[in-house]
Design a protein. Structure first.
Length: 182
């Protein structure tokens, strides 16, 4: 825990956690990049929630989310998504979600590694961190553009509910017609 606090102070002193650095999330991203394990509940929950709310194209960059080499894989995935050319064969995401389910401090440690925090800070694509459960805090949370308490909540932050959006559009259309009739 002392190492995490020391690292947090160092990165904060560099300005990596400043609110002024944060990017706005796109209102309705066309393509969402997800950095997580390709197996398990996290990716299923994210995909299911996106499908329920407002289906989008999702690109998954599979990584180890704990253990040896996981921090390097997560950082490489963030940088890899950012390196995709706009208009390329593989579309560059408009939004990134970096996700992992809950676990112990040791299980989540990769998301406290400097290589991951710096990759997230360097991202030109807005990024949501969704690591662990609501009470879990990792250093990527401080540098991310938004922190979600859970991976499912990240999907909810990423897109609106389509049916609610259609109701809102219909209401705006009705108000516009009333204004035109005056």
């Amino acid at each position: 825990m002392a190492l995490m606090e020391e690292r947090k102070k160092k990165l904060a002193a560099e300005g990596l956690f400043d609110e002024a650095r944060k990017q706005l999330l796109p209102w309705l991203p066309e393509v969402i990049g997800v950095v997580t394990s390709p197996t398990g509940a996290v990716i299923r929950d994210i995909l299911h929630r996106l499908e329920d709310r407002f289906p989008r194209r999702v690109l998954v960059w599979p990584v180890k989310v704990q253990g040896d080499g996981s921090a390097e894989q997560v950082a490489a995935a963030i940088r890899g998504f950012n390196a995709l050319p706009a208009g390329g064969r593989i579309p560059r995401p408009d939004l990134l979600i970096v996700a992992r389910g809950g676990g112990s401090l040791e299980d989540l440690w990769s998301f406290n590694e400097e290589i991951v925090v710096r990759a997230a800070a360097d991202s030109h694509i807005p990024l949501i961190s969704a690591v662990g459960h609501e009470t879990d805090i990792t250093l990527i949370d401080f540098v991310a553009d938004k922190r979600a308490p859970t991976p499912t909540a990240a999907a909810e932050m990423a897109v609106p509910v389509r049916s609610e959006l259609f109701v809102e559009i219909a209401a705006l259309a009705r108000r516009t017609m009333v204004c035109w009739q005056r």
